[in-house]
Ligand binder design. Structure first.
Ligand code: ATP
Ligand code: MG
Length: 613
């Protein structure tokens, strides 16, 4: 226990303003992206028609924002950097009807207290501008300076005087991703404002204001070089109006990076609204997938409390449930009314659905399971285990195999034994189920292999090994592909380029956010090079978010994208080769995603199931 007797002697006194600002900065300016956001929002509030953002060293060296807005009068420049000084609200009622981004008068003093900041600003009424320099919250200099109308803020050496915060920054790539996400969000929020953004010496995008059209801005920022369809979402009700553009279900992502929600033009994070959107897609959206696009909700400001989060990244809505439901119905309706959008086909190539089989045909096919004794029971076992009973006899003809299946190599030395307790010489291939499950027997053991997950496991270990040893083989493209990437994808490519190269992708940066792809890993050479490159980037993104290391993520993605699929028909030889390769892997029981590759059922277990024990 503390000695309370000294308590009376403790003096309570107000903290110096500099310290208060620094403490506030801890909440308002959590990372470089927050500086970018605050400065750009100030530019929007100043009525800018053009904004230029330049970021160096992912914001730790410089974040510069230049606008052509109303500027700040020389008498107000110093005040702008003092805490709770704002031109945007005067009393509480203004907060209730807020339309501006700023209202607290905290951003500039916070930024000024944790960096070396220089602002040059001029109003249209003034002949000459003003320059102010602030370092660690201390005004160094204020003087007249020649300047165009508008404001330029340069924030250098962010967190130079708060080492703990600097240390907690996540590394340049992560900060760059946050910065870019905010830059995209802000540029989307005001299509009428020209916006350019350069990051670490590279121009990521530059959008003029001659085409102030939301749809084309969404396209240029989120889907450059892509002709994916966008459908429009509109709705008007007493509670709110909605306007947005979302991609149709053929263009989805496995993360929310491309989905932006705005409330009264403010880019916010809201899982409730993301839920409303994804629920609106219903079955059209496979689990864990998200569309790309934007949704703007315009709600009476009285019903929106923006003063609930230190970085204003979240808002509180008084009618959240209704807003959610209206958005959900709007998305659902819009999708229904979009021509050509329907339930994804559940038909997998070559699979005969059980209901299309006549009973006698099902029994005949089930017979392939044990040609000697075709019986309803064998069919029943399969049905109980797998929910359906379409067993096809093993394919005999070589010509029957698909291209993908051809990528399984049959080892030359047939007598070579696979690792593990199963004696491959005694394995008999019984047949295929739904062109997906391969059924084998070995003595008294029944083995069922999922051909896709098994092949994934084999390819994953092979690919990982070749990345690690530099033994990956590439297939040169006859015509190198010029691939334009969205800004966040370009960053991801840069971040992963070494490993992608080791895996066999030969790609060079080409212009601002474009890569020239001239070779792909041999394993995926049968696929469209552009498609596979984009898919692999997409996979890396989600796998890394899930904590996978980069090499493993690349190997996993290539394995998944090149593995044989459900519906690919394997010959008996290929099936046996796949089993042999699977048994030789280090982790044979599951694919890199963790799904099972092989199930074994012993005669004993079957006896149990049939009540023989
Ligand atoms: N780019 C700019 N152009 C014109 N005026 C600006 C600009 N940036 C800041 N100001 C002025 O400086 C004031 C203080 O800015 P600051 O960002 O600290 O507070 P705010 O925007 O009012 O509120 P908040 O802390 O919520 O952002 C603003 O109210 C505005 O009058
Ligand atoms: Mg502000």
């Amino acid at each position: 226990m503390n000695d309370q007797s000294g308590a009376g002697k403790r003096i309570i006194r107000p903290l110096p303003e500099r310290l208060i600002n620094k403490i506030a900065a801890g909440e308002v300016i959590e990372r470089p992206a927050a500086v970018l956001k605050e400065l750009v929002e100030n530019s929007f509030d100043a009525g800018a028609t053009r904004i230029e953002v330049i970021v160096e060293k992912s914001g730790t060296k410089l974040i510069s924002v230049v606008d052509d807005g109303c500027g700040i009068d020389s008498s107000q420049v110093e005040v702008a950097f003092s805490r709770h000084a704002t031109s945007k609200i005067a009393d509480f009622d203004d907060l209730e009807s807020l339309r501006s981004y700023g209202f607290r008068g905290e951003a500039l003093p916070s930024i000024g207290s944790v960096s070396r900041t220089r602002m040059i600003t001029r109003t249209p009424e003034s002949e000459v501008g003003t320059e102010i320099i602030i370092e660690g919250g201390v005004v160094q200099n204020v003087k007249p300076a020649a300047a165009p109308v508008g404001t330029k803020v340069e924030v250098a050496d962010l967190f130079y005087n708060t080492p703990a915060r600097r240390k907690f920054l996540k590394g340049e790539t992560t900060e760059a991703r946050h910065l870019t996400r905010y830059a995209i969000g802000l540029a989307l929020s005001r299509p009428k404002v020209g916006f350019s953004y350069s990051l670490n010496g590279r121009r990521m995008f530059s959008l003029d204001n001659s085409q102030p059209d939301l749809k084309s801005r969404v396209r240029s920022l989120l889907l450059p070089g892509n002709d994916a369809r966008l459908f429009e979402v509109v709705s008007d009700s007493d509670i709110m109006s909605i306007r947005g553009f979302l991609t149709s279900p053929d263009k989805l992502r496995q993360n929310q990076y491309g989905l932006f929600v705005f409330i009264n033009d403010r880019y916010i994070k809201s899982q409730t609204m993301v839920h409303a959107i994804t629920a609106g897609y219903g079955e059209l959206l496979p689990r864990g997938n998200y569309p790309l696009g934007v949704v703007f909700l315009d709600i009476d400001p009285v019903k929106v409390d923006v003063n609930v989060h230190p970085t204003k990244a979240e808002v509180r809505l008084s009618q959240e449930r209704q807003v959610h439901d209206i958005l959900y119905h709007a998305v659902k309706r819009a999708l229904r009314e979009t021509p050509g959008v329907s339930s994804p086909s559940l038909d997998v190539k070559g699979v005969v659905s059980p209901e299309r089989l006549t009973a006698s045909e099902a029994i005949r096919r089930a017979g392939a399971f044990d040609p000697e004794k075709p019986s309803v029971s064998s069919q029943a076992v399969i049905k109980e285990l797998y929910g359906h009973s379409d067993i096809a006899p093993p394919a005999e003809a070589e010509g029957d195999r698909s291209d993908a299946a051809a990528s399984i190599s049959v080892p030359a030395d047939e007598s070579e034994k696979a690792a593990g307790e199963i004696d491959l010489d005694r394995v008999i291939f019984l047949g295929r189920l739904a062109d997906l499950y391969l059924i084998f027997k070995c003595d008294n053991m029944l083995m069922i292999v999922d051909q896709h997950t098994a092949h994934e496991r084999v390819l994953y270990e092979d690919t990982l090994k070749s990345i690690e040893t530099g033994a990956a083989t590439s297939q040169n493209l006859l015509f190198p592909a010029n691939i334009e990437l969205a800004p966040d994808r370009f960053l991801l490519y840069e971040d992963s380029s070494e490993v992608l190269k080791a895996a066999g992708f030969v790609a060079e940066p080409f212009g601002a956010a474009t890569v020239l792809l001239s070779a792909v890993p041999s394993a995926v050479s049968k696929k469209s090079p552009e498609k596979v490159f984009l898919e692999v980037l997409e996979d890396i993104d989600s796998l890394r978010k899930a904590g996978r290391d980069l090499m493993k993520a690349v190997a996993q993605s290539i394995a998944c994208r090149s593995a044989i699929m459900a519906g690919d028909r394997l010959t008996e030889q290929e099936a046996l080769a796949l089993l042999r390769q699977l048994l030789a892997t280090e982790n044979r029981n599951c694919c890199p995603h963790g799904r099972p590759t092989i199930l074994s059922i012993s005669k004993n277990e079957l006896d149990g199931k049939f009540g023989r024990k």
